[in-house]
Design a binder for this molecule. Structure first.
Ligand code: FES
Ligand SMILES: [Fe+2]
Length: 379
């Protein structure tokens, strides 16, 4: 299907109906190259994208790399302790400069040795002395806009976009009492998934699948149908009232609650989706996140991070007890990964067609419509 045809709003009339009358997105939205390209150009390149936490780079000289929607990025902590983001592309002839993560005074391009500081400046460019009108000051790494909220890092590729705080709306206030700034990231784990990013986001934001997909693990936890919470800004969320922690399997005992929790946060768990592709699980003793980096229409990197209050991390029994939390995530998340890849296989069929939604999937409808608003340019 050509780009012009796939972006024809009439194709999406069924999705635009009220949720109890609506259809799901056309199946092509989950694998077409043209639809994916429109998502990258009109959505991922325009919004604030979550890329991790500032303690991914705890010390000056630390850096790590990601590939976000086809853009190789380096995140650094420079010598003045500032976290920065740059295009991971050499200003000489475009080679990708570094891979993975590390700590270094300088980033050296492996092709011809152009050398950059962690603030992006070009420190050395061998054999360029005969090149006319070449000023090293003009060839630093290309900076990418980066803003933080309570230690969480977001990048935006659009110089004209508003601030991160405008983007997040009332989410920071709603989650204020978790005191994320006083948390420490304790683990970051990556998975590569053979599915479209929306398949995974939709799964994370409905509890309808829990009794089947998490039959042996979480089925007692989320049998209820939490209603979406009211939200202002580019997020939607679920809230479940419960006792104890939702980051443990039944029967496991964990850490004491976060001391600063107030109101709803003290009595249950918040599950916000920060559009487009980051989910937080905020429970009474910790938070975890699911961060998606689209890599193609049918390929998505999932990063699962977890944070606990610094006071909890300082406990003598932290390393032993935290394994119970990791066990819960290491069982339940692969269950979601497997069902998402299976859904991708089925939806890919030429015989697949749009489906209908239960009363337990209002956010699947919201996600589809938010995406269409961006990709098709509003209603
Ligand atoms: S491409 Fe990086 S130094 Fe030549
Ligand atoms: Fe799940």
């Amino acid at each position: 299907m050509s780009a012009q045809i796939i972006l024809e709003p009439n194709l999406y009339q069924g999705v635009r109906k009220p949720v109890d009358e609506a259809e799901t997105l056309p199946t092509t939205s989950y694998y077409s190259e043209e639809f994916y390209k429109a998502e990258v150009d009109k959505l991922f390149m325009k919004v604030w994208n979550f890329v991790g936490r500032d303690d991914c780079v705890p010390k000056p000289g630390d850096y790590f790399t990601i590939d976000f929607a086809g853009v190789p990025i380096i995140l650094t902590r420079d010598q003045s302790n500032r976290v920065r983001a740059f295009a991971n592309t050499c200003r000489h002839r475009g080679c990708q400069i570094v891979e993975g993560s590390g700590n270094s005074k300088a980033l050296v391009c492996p092709y011809h040795g152009w050398t950059y500081g962690l603030s992006g400046e070009l420190l050395a460019a061998p054999e360029m002395q005969l090149t006319k009108n070449f000023d090293r000051g003009d060839y630093g790494l290309k900076p990418i806009r980066l803003e933080t909220w309570e230690g969480f890092l977001f990048v935006n590729f659009d110089p004209a976009a508003g601030s991160l705080m405008e983007y997040l709306g009332d989410l920071p206030e709603r989650l204020r009492s978790y005191n994320f700034a006083d948390m420490k990231m304790t683990r970051r784990k990556e998975y590569m998934l053979a599915c479209n990013w929306k398949i995974y986001v939709e799964n994370a934001m409905e509890a309808y699948h829990v009794p089947m997909v998490h039959m042996k693990t979480l089925h007692k936890q989320r049998r209820e149908t939490p209603p979406p919470v009211p939200s202002k800004g580019n997020w939607v969320g679920l809230y479940v009232k419960h006792k104890g922690s939702r980051a443990l399997l039944d029967g496991d005992v964990g850490f004491p609650p976060i001391k600063t929790l107030e109101g709803m946060a003290a009595e249950g768990s918040h599950y916000p989706l920060i559009y487009p592709s980051t989910m937080f699980g905020c429970t009474t003793d910790c938070m975890w996140w699911l961060e998606l980096h689209p890599q193609g229409p049918e390929k998505t990197k999932l990063i699962v991070g977890s944070c606990f209050p610094k006071e909890t991390v300082a406990r003598d029994d932290f390393d032993e007890v935290v394994e119970r939390y990791y066990k819960r995530w290491d069982i339940s998340i692969p269950e979601d990964n497997a069902i998402s890849e299976l859904q991708q296989k089925g939806i890919r069929s030429p015989l697949a067609s749009a489906g209908r939604l239960s009363h337990m999937e209002p956010l699947v409808h919201s996600i589809a419509n938010w995406t269409l608003d961006k990709v098709l340019g509003g209603r």
